[in-house]
Design a protein around this ligand. Structure first.
Ligand SMILES: [Zn+2]
Length: 261
């Protein structure tokens, strides 16, 4: 009898425990918008359009080599500071857009600290969200993010985020580009039944990396669709309202799932 009781506890306790990962019911039509690499268009076009629609978002910034100092191509730090002042989240995308699965622990820490220190010196809120450059990740990078007390890390993978199954350092996302509108529109329909859709945009337009370009007209049509259909559009950090992060971090980080696009 006692044996059965123990078995019962072992079987159901984790379920009870993990169900508490959700602090507040996740509404249908919940979408997280993220913007990578700090191209100039994030400041000149994306941020004003998001404000017009009353949408929040996360900007994952780095100093993309070799041309990050060219302000016709990339935002400068004053512009990044302005995005923070406008209420947008500034996230960490490493100093030099280095794939963290190719780095040792000290190198990952250096890459993270560089952006943290820049933010600190400009009184930008300390980054608590991270995005893996090139979607490269490994168990070491997850450990370092945890040691530095990050809340969320975004990967690729082209599927919806299920907070009951996906570790908060392995949040999947879709990357809109010039030619995949049908895929993105289908993705937006998956924001229901506790799942959240996360989108990874690059430049609007992206002059340096045309393969991840989103034309401005296409971007505007996404924002209009989200507005018209009453989506709730938030930054990655806003997921804290719904998710108990310490409990979510106890989920097994399943690195076997493809998180690349
Ligand atoms: Zn990137």
């Amino acid at each position: 009898m006692q044996k059965h009781l123990i078995l019962l506890l072992v079987t159901f306790f984790p379920l009870v425990c993990f169900s508490q990962i959700i602090k507040k019911p996740i509404p249908d039509k919940l979408v997280v918008l993220t913007f990578d690499d700090a191209p100039a268009s994030h400041y000149s076009l994306v941020a004003p359009l998001l404000k017009e629609h009353g949408f929040a978002a996360t900007f994952f910034v780095c100093e993309f080599p070799p041309n990050y100092a060219d302000s016709s191509l990339y935002m400068n730090w004053r512009q990044i500071q302005t995005l923070d002042k406008m209420g947008f989240e500034i996230g960490n995308h490493t100093q030099s857009h280095t794939h963290v699965d190719q780095l040792n622990e000290d190198e990952i820490k250096f890459q993270l600290s560089y952006i943290e220190n820049k933010c600190d010196s400009l009184e930008i809120s300390s980054p608590k969200s991270f995005a893996y450059p090139g979607y490269g990740l490994d168990s070491l990078s997850l450990r370092v993010l945890d040691s530095k007390d990050y809340d969320f890390a975004r990967a690729g993978g082209s599927r919806a985020y299920d907070p009951l199954k996906d570790h908060p350092f392995l949040i999947p996302s879709w990357a809109p580009q010039a030619e995949n509108k049908n895929e993105i529109m289908a993705a937006l329909q998956e924001a229901k039944n506790g799942k959240i859709v996360v989108l990874t945009f690059h430049g609007v337009p992206d002059l340096e990396h045309p393969w991840v370009n989103t034309p401005p007209e296409l971007f505007k049509s996404y924002l209009e669709y989200l507005s018209k259909h009453n989506y709730k559009v938030i930054a990655l950090k806003d997921l804290k309202e719904f998710i108990n992060i310490p409990l979510a971090k106890k989920l097994h980080p399943d690195l076997s799932k493809s998180l690349k696009n």
